[in-house]
Write a protein that binds this ligand. Structure first.
Ligand code: HEC
Length: 275
């Protein structure tokens, strides 16, 4: 009996593995949180852990009234509008002059055969105009990214469904990274942000991964400045005793591609503030 059941299960899993595509993954991802955290509307997860606790949320809303990222956001606008040495500016590299476009990133660039994040696109633009690339974790790049997110607030995340085999492979590699155990603790992203979501890890409530990419860059009180999503990936890797990867490494870009695709349909609300 047990043998038969496991065979049936294997057959079932086999079938899903063959047919499950990104869009089915996304539906299941949403259903998971809908069932697991049924009192929280799915759209609310863009506020991370603050969607889950009324007291923490109240404090956070107060903080957002005079957000600590305000100065960096203004600097981001200046940097965005500044002319390069050749007279062009960032606006020339983006659709809509770079206004309100955050929701389309990251995307899979079929010609280059890789995932392009907003931060990568900003630096590629600079380099194409003879400027130095900026460091990826914080500072000027995070400020520019914050300004671009700000102009996109309220826009719905809309990462195109992978169309080619190469795009699907990048998506699958991001998905695998998300569900793979690593580090001394042997935890996957999903161990904390799915299996234990809504529960406390020391003083912190574990957020849902739905909405995880909506609000970057983030001003963390701990960082005392804006930092990028890949900086957070590094911290979450280090936290379990795994070696963090380089910001904008292929693996992190693929992870961002998968995670953002999962959040398609939610709103951009960056930049954000977190503890
Ligand atoms: C040991 C548990 C643990 C693991 C494993 C873990 N994280 Fe986290 N993560 C946290 C904690 C704690 C926080 C801060 C509280 C929160 O927002 O969930 C956090 C926060 C985050 C945030 C910021 C949430 C926000 O609202 O801004 C992102 C994004 C994130 N993690 C992604 C990941 C990814 C991707 C992985 C896998 C590479 C991962 N985490 C693995 C514990 C973990």
């Amino acid at each position: 009996m047990i043998g038969l059941r496991s065979i049936t299960l294997a057959v079932l899993l086999g079938t899903t593995a063959v047919h499950a595509g990104p869009e089915e993954d996304r539906q299941r991802f949403r259903e998971f949180y809908q069932n697991r955290l049924s009192s929280i509307p799915l759209e609310a997860h863009v506020d991370g852990a603050y969607a889950m606790n009324a007291g923490a949320r109240e404090q956070w809303l107060e903080m957002e009234e005079f957000p600590p990222y305000e100065f960096e956001l203004d600097e981001g606008q200046e940097l965005f509008e500044a002319s390069f040495a050749d007279g062009e500016s960032l606006a020339s590299c983006f659709p809509e002059g770079g206004q309100g476009v955050r929701q389309g990133y990251p995307y899979f660039d079929e010609e280059a055969g890789e995932v392009v994040t907003l931060e990568l696109a900003i630096n590629r633009c600079r380099e194409a105009h003879g400027e130095q690339p900026l460091p990826y974790l914080s500072g000027d790049l995070a400020k520019i990214s914050a300004y671009m997110a700000y102009t996109s607030r309220g826009n719905v995340i809309n990462v195109p469904t992978p169309q080619s085999e190469a795009a699907l492979a990048a998506y699958e590699s991001g998905k695998q990274f998300y569900y793979s155990r690593r580090g001394q603790l042997n935890f996957a992203c999903s161990s904390c942000h799915m299996q234990n979501t809504g529960l406390n890890l020391r003083a912190e409530i574990l957020s849902a991964s739905l909405g995880h990419t909506s609000h970057w860059p983030v001003y963390r009180l701990k960082w005392e400045e804006l930092g990028t999503l890949h900086k957070r990936f590094q911290e979450c890797n280090s936290q379990v005793g795994a070696v963090p990867l380089e910001a904008q490494s292929e693996a992190y870009r693929n992870l961002e591609y998968f995670l953002t695709y999962m959040s398609n349909g939610l709103e951009i609300n960056g930049p954000g503030t977190r503890k």
